[in-house]
Design a protein around this ligand. Structure first.
Ligand code: PMV
Length: 330
């Protein structure tokens, strides 16, 4: 028996970083996916094979016979720590039958780009392995297990990434609880800087700054939460599409300015953000932890102009769609 599961990447539309401090955030699954095959093997060991893992500048394939390993593949090896934790968590839930498990991964999601590659691999692995072991878990339960994987691997996590990857569509997320927002097509362009930031380090940096100057940072986090509430109202409203996009765009620009104030933007990210706005985007901001990774722009009727501007500014544009589907057993 061989089980194939897949889970999508995501973008955080509003509220990254402030979501770590209990403020709400809005995220959406996008149509880049990670695929995980799981099957039993007779050796009794856990084997992980990763093909086509995209890290900035290269695509790597490798396999590891032993789950406890040291690897020189840097960022790509980080992927395996999520897979390892995911398999161990699922094995704890299931009766051990003594058989080994082989997991093969292939992914369309660049690693460390702020698109939730780690959450997608954790969710897809939990999905495939739990089905192989005969566990009946809902996507919501798998999202929660994905959050536990993130906490084990990276120490701090709001849980928004594994939740949206498991559930799909648009979600409003606050303190572990999510609400589905109505599905809509958003004319967005994602711009990849080509370099990656460490979510763990950026979250730790924001935490230190907040401890050092709470009277300055707290109001910024509070404003970010208010932006999310406004954005939620707009997404739920029956406003004309044009007005809706204009208002969301303005909120994106304010959110980007606040993220910059927290210190998580980079020269390249800001260049891509300004290039997108100059080319006609109604709004543009960082998506995810920052420090490299990706930005996104809202660009109705201007997606190709904005994509060209991102390329000229030295980034890689991805015209992507929101994915209704979260975790899927193929
Ligand atoms: O993993 P990333 O780069 O998409 O960032 C996650 C968003 C943060 O708010 C920075 C962290 C978190 O756990 O919510």
């Amino acid at each position: 028996m061989r089980v194939l599961a897949s889970a999508p990447a995501k973008i955080i539309l509003f509220g990254e970083h402030s979501v770590v401090y209990g403020k709400p955030a809005i995220a959406a699954a996008i149509n880049l996916r990670t695929y995980v095959w799981a099957e039993f093997n007779e050796s009794g060991a856990i084997k992980i094979e990763a093909k086509d893992i995209r890290v900035p500048g290269l695509t790597v394939s490798f396999s590891e016979d032993e789950i406890y390993f040291e690897s020189d593949y840097g960022k790509a090896a980080e992927v395996l720590s999520y897979v390892r934790q995911a398999i161990e968590l699922v094995r704890e839930e299931a009766d051990k039958n003594g058989k080994g498990i082989t997991v093969s991964i292939t992914s369309q999601i660049p690693v460390g780009a702020g698109l939730g590659s780690s959450a997608a691999v954790a969710v897809a692995t939990i999905g495939a392995v739990s089905r192989l072991l005969g566990l009946e878990l809902t996507n919501e339960e798998i999202g929660k297990l994905g959050h536990r994987v993130e906490l084990l691997v990276q120490g701090a996590s709001s849980g928004i990434d594994p939740t949206v990857s498991a559930i799909g569509g648009f979600i409003h997320y606050e303190k572990g609880k999510f609400e589905h927002l109505p599905f809509m097509e958003l004319p967005i362009v994602v711009g990849y800087t080509g370099s990656s930031g460490s979510t763990k380090e950026l979250v730790a940096m924001v935490r230190r700054t907040r401890e050092e100057m709470p009277e300055i940072i707290e109001p910024i986090l509070l404003s970010m939460g208010k932006i999310v509430e406004r954005a939620r109202e707009i997404l739920l409203s029956d406003l004309d599409e044009k007005v809706r996009f204009e208002r969301l765009g303005r909120l994106m620009n304010i959110n980007h300015g606040l993220l910059d104030a927290l210190g998580v933007s980079t020269k390249k990210l800001s260049e891509l953000v300004y290039a997108a706005r100059t080319a006609g985007a109604l709004g543009a901001k960082i998506t995810g932890a920052g420090g490299g990774g990706c930005m996104y722009a809202l660009a109705p009727e201007k997606q190709s102009e904005v994509a060209t501007a991102i390329t000229i500014a030295g980034g890689t544009p991805m015209i992507t769609e929101i994915s209704r589907e979260g975790l899927r057993i193929e």
